[in-house]
Design a protein around this ligand. Structure first.
Ligand SMILES: Nc1ncnc2c1ncn2[C@@H]1O[C@H](COP(=O)(O)OP(=O)(O)OP(=O)(O)O)[C@@H](O)[C@H]1O
Length: 332
């Protein structure tokens, strides 16, 4: 074996072992705005990962760095052990981004065909159209599509060949409920075939349902990283709900220990009866409920439940806003 062949074999072996995506100490600023701050991240084959974060958290910047569309100020980004550019040239990555219009003056099928022809491992045209659910609009001009149809065409372009990594930036924006279901069905099939899927989203229910790993970004940092169940339990707080027949002493309820929020409303079924429903969020439900009985109250229909992903997400990002960001915030 020649030295070159040995080097190539070693590189291929390394690429086989390398994470699909690796960010090491990556920083990106736009002037004074720190969009990505000391970001460390690894994605592995077959993972479906949701990137969650409030507006301006750094999601699009992270995806741009990952795709080599922007250059990091410092740190390294690799895909399959090589540069993003190289991985993309090798046809390993399909991307569906928010920005950038679709080429106009062509039919849907012509545009998809072009993407397929450019892909080193392109799929048959009919298959791409069917997977993206756009067979019926294949002869439509691209400039005549609705927002949701455009998104489906973008999806077809991102999956026109056999990619190992699919990157999606808020892919279902503008899609109606049924288009969303079709879209995620297609995406699940991609994941079942061993592909790694990374998507940024504002829809927490999508992250909860689709992703087996959720990464919460805030101010360019990873605040939490784990399964959706882990993120929910990391937020710590629990919801306590109960009804009260007696007059509600809000000051007393506000004085309960470990309380993070309190809402009192007319009890839906018994509106006008004087019964009130109290909803509490607490960092220590046991202690709060104990103190509640200590107030001499008699709560009916008492329920204690974990937070949904949306509330957990809010709890995590709000807590981070209240404290200076440190690397210890990272969950793993
Ligand atoms: N080209 C740019 N020039 C200057 N600032 C920018 C640029 N692009 C992004 N930013 C800023 O960097 C920060 C991160 O933006 P980014 O678009 O990555 O966030 P995001 O999480 O994708 O937000 P959104 O959910 O609103 O799409 C924001 O404060 C944004 O205003």
């Amino acid at each position: 074996m020649t030295t070159t062949a040995t080097t190539e074999a070693t590189t291929a072996q390394e690429a086989g072992r390398a994470p699909v995506v690796s960010f090491r100490q990556v920083n990106k600023s736009y002037g004074a705005v720190r969009a990505v701050a000391d970001l460390n991240l690894e994605l592995h084959p077959g993972e479906t990962v949701a990137l969650l974060g409030p507006n301006g958290a750094g999601k699009s910047s992270t995806l741009d760095l990952l795709l080599g569309l922007r250059k990091a100020d410092s740190g390294t980004v690799t895909l399959f052990g090589t540069t993003p550019q190289r991985a993309i040239e090798q046809g390993k990555v399909g991307a569906m981004l928010q920005s950038g219009g679709l080429m106009e003056g062509v039919k849907v099928k012509e545009l998809v065909e072009l993407a397929r022809d450019l892909h080193p491992r392109g799929y048959p045209l009919d298959q791409i159209l069917a997977t993206a659910g756009i067979t019926d609009i294949a002869d439509r001009m691209v400039d005549k599509l609705s927002g949701g149809q455009e998104q489906r065409v973008r999806f077809a372009l991102a999956t026109a060949g056999a990619n190992d990594l699919i990157v999606l930036d808020e892919p279902t924006t503008g899609m109606d409920v049924s288009a969303r279901q079709t879209f995620w069905g297609a995406m699940r099939r991609q994941a079942q075939q061993g592909r790694t899927v990374l998507f940024a989203t504002h829809y927490l229910e999508e992250a909860d349902e689709i992703a087996d790993r959720v990464i919460v970004l805030h101010r360019g940092r990873v605040l939490a990283d784990g399964t959706s169940a882990e993120i929910k339990s990391r937020a710590g707080a629990r919801r306590i709900t109960f009804d009260l027949d007696e007059p509600v002493d809000r000051d007393a309820l506000h004085g309960l220990p470990f309380l993070t929020s309190l809402a009192v409303s007319d009890s839906g079924s018994a509106a006008g009866s004087g019964r009130r429903t109290v909803r509490i969020q607490s960092q220590d439900a046991d202690a709060t409920v104990h103190a509640l009985y200590g107030l001499g109250l008699y709560p009916h229909h008492l329920e204690v439940a974990g937070l949904g992903l949306e509330q957990a997400f809010l709890a995590i990002t709000t807590a981070s806003d209240a404290t200076p960001a440190t690397d210890e915030e990272t969950a793993r």
